[in-house]
Design a protein around this ligand. Structure first.
Ligand code: HMG
Ligand code: MG
Length: 302
């Protein structure tokens, strides 16, 4: 088994992790989370989204967070922009990368962004064009690539179809997302294979929610295919507001432990990351969702 020697992790905790919190999380806490993540060695952070505050109130402080954080050289900050209105708002805050987000399932596309897959691509096309013209990188998130909360199992052909549409409008790299965490390794590998019909291996990342406890296995399955970009969320925070019952992303701490244990470099200081996760969990008043963090914190006090 050959694995990549290095993995790049994008921590999506400030965005995917916090977007679903019922209580407002002050911008100062989000900013502090970004600071702690970069101090722990994260080189990519998904900070916020420019979506309707009626749909996702928690992300309404996007400008405040982006303007309030202190950027660290070499760190890449990304934000979600579903349409031109969101992109224009984001532009003022100078993100390094914008993310357009579509779905392999029609029903999820409607619930999440209020339009069909075809319409979403029409909305994304001018966003991608404007971003590239402004020198901003473009990523495409593909939701429900193995399962959908409304349509059930999703065939790899539908993933290939969406990936082809994303490629066609100029998206530079894509996330293969298991939004509701139902995937198992072979299904996730099939979704990645379908994506590879349109994108190079270096342009594909894994985005696995851990609802069914499969995310680490799925990460290993993707690593075995050579995928070396992954999204994860510190302390396993999160869930999508339009995917009922879906829990957070795989915890960054757990992925880092897995990778370091296999001799794969991440550039991340696990102890500092565990501290960041313990801190945000305490702020939210709940235990960390990371098994590794729980074990390491218990060991420290023991
Ligand atoms: P819409 O209602 O179809 O949009 O929403 P519209 O163009 O008809 O506009 C309606 C209202 O929204 C107007 O305001 C617009 O100005 C406003 P009003 O006149 O009623 O006061 N509006 C906006 N406001 C702020 N920012 C914008 C924006 N666009 C329109 N960008 C829209 C379409 C996409 C905006 C809406 O459906 C929405 O905001 N959805 C939220 C989607 C979302 O954030 N979901 C969670 C993130 S995706 C995710 O978590 C999955 C991922 O992690 C991968 C995975 O795990 O699968 C990425
Ligand atoms: Mg997600």
């Amino acid at each position: 088994m050959t694995l990549p020697s290095r993995v790049q992790l994008i921590d999506v905790g400030p965005r995917d992790g916090l977007q679903n919190e019922k209580q407002p999380v002050p911008a100062a806490i989000k900013i502090e989370l970004v600071h702690r993540l970069q101090a722990a060695g994260l080189k990519e952070i998904e900070v916020t989204s420019y979506v309707s505050p009626k749909w996702v109130p928690q992300m309404a402080d996007n400008h405040e967070v982006m303007q309030g954080m202190t950027r660290q050289p070499g760190v890449h900050y990304s934000v979600l922009t579903p349409n031109l209105k969101g992109f224009e708002a984001a532009l003022q805050d100078k993100p390094d990368e914008i993310v357009v987000f579509g779905a392999a399932s029609e029903a999820f596309s409607q619930k999440n962004i209020n339009c069909s897959i075809a319409e979403s691509i029409e909305r994304f096309a001018p966003v991608v064009e404007a971003a590239l013209a402004a020198g901003i990188a473009v990523r495409g998130a593909m939701s429900c690539t193995v399962g959908c909360p409304y349509e059930g199992e999703i065939a790899p052909e539908r993933v290939a179809y969406l990936a082809g549409l994303m490629k066609g409008i100029g998206v530079q790299r894509v996330d293969v997302a298991d939004t509701i965490g139902v995937g198992t390794p072979r299904a996730v590998q099939a979704a990645i294979e379908a994506t590879l019909q349109h994108f190079a291996l270096d342009a594909v990342s894994g985005h696995f929610h851990d609802t069914y406890g499969q995310a680490l296995s799925n990460t290993l399955a993707a690593l075995q295919m050579g995928v070396w970009n992954f999204q994860s969320s510190v302390a396993g925070l999160g869930g999508c507001p339009y995917a009922k019952g879906a829990t957070g992303n795989v915890a960054t701490e757990d992925v880092v432990y897995l990778l370091h244990g296999m001799g794969v470099e991440t550039g991340i200081d696990l102890d500092a990351l565990v501290d960041a996760g313990a801190w945000i969990s305490a702020e939210l008043g709940r235990p960390t969702g990371s098994r590794v963090a729980r074990a390491l914190l218990a060991k420290r006090t023991g």
